[in-house]
Design a protein. Structure first.
Length: 196
């Protein structure tokens, strides 16, 4: 069971702004109100997709979707960036693994505001457990979804630290604290299981 009080306290101490919502609908309503009339990019995220954020925000923002490959370069310069995490430690570290690097780089630099939407299934007790989750749960499921021929996707059980040409674990970013040049970085915590 996630200790939301401990998690939000630890995130705040690291410079993040946490917000807790009971449902994905409540979180989507908040983001729909909060993000208006700006340019916004979405990182590849099943959580974001399950929340239905893109069509809602595209109705009143200049929105770019990660899965449109032509938008990757332009997405790096939007006002707002929205994605999820592969693992979030109750101690406050945010962990993401990426194959191309566009998603992890956008969480570090280039945007005025960054929002991470995180379901309770991605929360782990500490850094080591969150890293383990990112490598052994999120990465294999993403490789399967993408139809990659990595050992983790084929066997569907764990990370093999492979050297496959299909390997999607090519970059790892850990946010220990909010980067200095990002004006605001919010962690939208949702008490539902979402994404991988």
């Amino acid at each position: 069971m996630t200790d939301w009080t401990k998690l939000t306290k630890n995130l705040e101490e690291r410079g993040f702004t946490p917000r807790v919502f009971a449902t994905k609908e409540e979180a989507a309503d908040y983001l729909d109100r909060e993000i208006d009339g700006v340019s916004v990019a979405f990182g590849g995220s099943m959580t974001v997709q399950e929340m239905g954020l893109y069509p809602r925000l595209a109705a009143h923002n200049n929105a770019l979707w990660h899965w449109n490959k032509d938008a990757l370069t332009e997405a790096a310069t939007t006002d707002v960036y929205i994605c999820s995490v592969n693992g979030l430690a109750e101690t406050g570290e945010l962990i993401n693994i990426d194959g191309v690097g566009n998603r992890v780089s956008s969480t570090i630099f280039g945007h005025k505001r960054v929002y991470f939407v995180v379901g309770r299934n991605k929360v782990a007790p500490d850094y080591d457990a969150a890293l383990w989750r990112a490598r052994n749960i999120a990465a294999p499921k993403n490789c399967q979804r993408l139809g990659l021929k990595t050992p983790c996707a084929v066997k569907a059980d764990k990370c093999y630290n492979c050297s496959s040409p299909d390997r999607s674990c090519r970059a790892l970013v850990v946010l220990w604290e909010k980067p200095r040049d990002v004006e605001r970085m919010e962690v939208i915590l949702i008490d539902q299981e979402l994404g991988y």
